[in-house]
Each structure stands twice: as C-alpha cells, then as structure tokens.
Design a protein around this ligand. Structure first.
Ligand code: ADP
Ligand code: MG
Length: 351
C-alpha cells in the first residue's frame, strides 16, 4: 500500500510538471485541467482552446469512457472482460454440438488483444500480454517481492502469445493457467479514444495525460507543446533529461524508475522479460516513443525497452513516423532517425 501511495504522488507530480510552459499565449492562456483516477493512476485532461459552453459535459463523457475501458480491460476488476477471460467465466460460444471453450468478446477488447498480438510479432515476443502470471508473481504494485525461482519457471510455461486463439468474435486461451495483462497497452489505446472523442466535440487543443502516457491534440496556439522527458531517478519530479517540442502527437515513456523496489541495492521493476520471467536487465533507464497514435507509443515503449538499445533502436528506425529517445544508465541520450537535439537538450522532429 505504501508503495502505491508513493507511486501515485510521484505520478501526480509528474503530470503537473511534465507539461511545461504551455498556455502562455493570448487566445490560449487559460488552460483548464481536469483530473480523474483511472487505470491505477492519475489521469488528466487539459484543454487549451477556448472554453465551450458544454465543456464539463465533454469532460464527463471522456472520463466515462475511461471508466468503460477500465471496466473492460482491468484484469483485477472481477466484472471486466479480461478478468472473465482469465478465469474462463466469460460467456461461451455455442457450437453446433455443444458449448465450446471459445468465449465471446466485445469488439473493443478483441481489437485491443489483436493489436497486442501485432506488437508481439513485431517485437519477436518482447511484448507479450500473456506475461500476466509473471506480473502477478512479482506483484510490484501491492506486495513487491522476489518470487521463488521455481514459481517463476512454472509460470513461464504459460507465457506465450501463440496460445491466444481468436476465431471470429471469440477467444480461447490454450491453457487454463494462461492469462492476459493489458497493462502495457491499454492506457495508450484509451488516450487515442479520448483524443477522438475530444475532436468529435470540436475541441481543438488539449493534452491527455494518463500517468505520463501523453497524447496531444492540435497545438498550443500555433506553437508546439513542450513535453519534458523525465530524468530517471532525478531528485525532483521536474528534473528533465530533455524536452520535446511536438504537436498533435503522442509521447509515451517506459522506464525502470516508475514502478520498482530495491533489494540488496538491486532494482526490481515492472517491465518483465518474457524469456526469463525477471525484470529486464540491460543498459536502459527509459525509452520514450513519439508517434501519432498513443497505442503505438505504449506498446512500442514497452517492446523497445525489453529489446534493449540496439535492437530497440533498429525496430523503431524500421517504422515510419515513429521516433524514440533512449536514455541509458550513464544518462546518455540516444535518438532514433528523424530526431534532432540542440545544446539545451530540446528535441524536435527533423523537418
Ligand atoms: P506503465 O504501466 O508504467 O505505463 P508500461 O507501458 O511499460 O508502463 O507497461 C508496463 C506494464 O505492462 C506492467 O505493469 C505489466 O502490466 C505489463 N508488462 C510488463 N512486461 C511486459 C511485457 N514484456 N510485455 C507486455 N506487457 C508487459
Ligand atoms: Mg507500454
């Protein structure tokens, strides 16, 4: 519990400080920030464009949508579809002869699982939502501890995205001990959907921030938004390794300084290696992905982190209009193709 409170305070500070110097121009000088607790973190929406009459209704609709996704995707929520898939209790499809093991899933949940599988293939298994039993063993959020090696080896048998069988609108997991965890992709998906909703409501400038998973809508009165890339293990929440100038794009970071515990001076964090069942150990502190869609940023920041600097950078460089900033443990900044950095560590997308 103590870890949870410290984590939430940390995330809240991050949200307040990660968006820098926005809203200083005349037409846009009155940003309004709305806060909601969702996805196990603090979620904020800041609107920069002129206030509409029904802004509070728009915000309510956005946060209702967040709750809807939370109720579909959160594996700890006993009413969620993911919980029911994991426990085998979702409605079963009826085949000609009898009831099959295939469970009928909503289009949203199925769509997100399909997207997850796309990233599993793209990352050659670095991203794998069947990591769930391993996530539960480490229990970083509620009861962080080093699991027994034997338990890790047993759970590892069920980590394999090829065991997710999708047929039409149904899903089946190959083994009853297999389970799904959408923690590495759900916030990005939700941020995109909220952006779409804001656009439908004719909002032209906003920042959606789900615990550091940032999606921007439009620009800040014809200027770029300034988004800070947190300095890993910095003394203050507003210590930045670099600043990004972007508009209408998403910025998502996966790092080991977010959710972790220390034992014998060693850091155990929440990004897990599907090969070993242990927290990823490589030269990285964090990976930030800049992309149009936040779902790409969320899945790819986790994927690239697991893959490490060299393979992760190659993957990002092979993708169009997706950029990455890797921070290694020596605090060096490594940029993907298409980004440039100036002497003040301000990063821009090269024109
Ligand atoms: P955050 O949740 O802090 O935004 P990430 O997007 O990197 O961070 O996702 C980490 C979460 O994703 C973990 O808490 C866990 O639920 C899940 N996860 C951990 N390792 C993997 C992995 N290799 N592939 C897919 N999901 C993972
Ligand atoms: Mg992620």
């Amino acid at each position: 519990m103590r870890y949870k409170i410290i984590y939430f305070l940390f995330i809240f500070m991050l949200i307040i400080t990660q968006i820098l110097g926005c809203g200083t121009e005349s037409n846009f000088n009155n940003p309004r920030t709305y806060t909601h607790f969702c996805f196990d973190t603090v979620c904020t929406i800041t609107i920069y464009s002129k206030k509409q009459k029904d802004e509070s209704k728009t915000i309510d609709a956005c946060f209702n949508l967040c709750d809807k996704y939370e109720n579909l995707f959160n594996k700890h929520n006993q009413d969620s579809e993911i919980y029911k898939i994991n426990s085998g209790t979702l409605n079963k499809a009826v085949s000609k002869k009898n009831i099959s093991n295939n469970m009928i899933v909503s289009p949203e949940t199925l769509g997100l699982i399909r997207q997850s599988l796309y990233y599993s293939k793209l990352s050659k298994g670095a991203f794998d939502i069947t990591i769930s039993p391993i996530v539960d063993l480490w229990d970083i959020n509620d009861n962080p501890h080093i699991p027994q090696k034997n338990d890790i080896l047993k759970a590892l048998k069920y980590v394999d995205y090829n065991g997710i069988i999708i047929k039409n609108n149904t899903i089946r997991l190959s083994h009853k001990n297999q389970a799904l965890d959408l923690g590495g992709i759900a916030k990005g998906y939700a941020a995109d959907q909220i952006k779409n909703l804001l656009q439908d409501k004719k909002v032209i400038s906003a920042i959606i921030n789900f615990g550091g998973n940032i999606q921007t809508l439009g620009n800040n009165n014809d200027k770029d938004f300034n988004i800070g890339i947190t300095k890993p293990f910095g003394e203050n929440a507003d210590d930045y390794s670099a600043k990004l100038k972007i508009k209408d794009m998403s910025v998502v970071t996966s790092g080991i300084y977010e959710r972790y515990f220390k034992k014998n001076n060693k850091i155990y964090h929440h990004i897990l290696n599907p090969q070993t069942g242990y927290p990823v150990e490589n030269s990285l502190y964090s990976v930030t992905i800049i992309s149009k869609n936040s779902i790409d940023g969320d899945a790819l920041s986790t994927s690239a982190f697991v893959m490490g600097l060299s393979k992760g950078l190659s993957l990002i460089n092979s993708l169009d209009n997706i950029y990455a900033v890797f921070i290694t443990k020596d605090y060096k900044i490594h940029l993907s193709d298409g980004l440039s950095i100036d002497s003040d560590n301000v990063i821009t997308i090269a024109k």
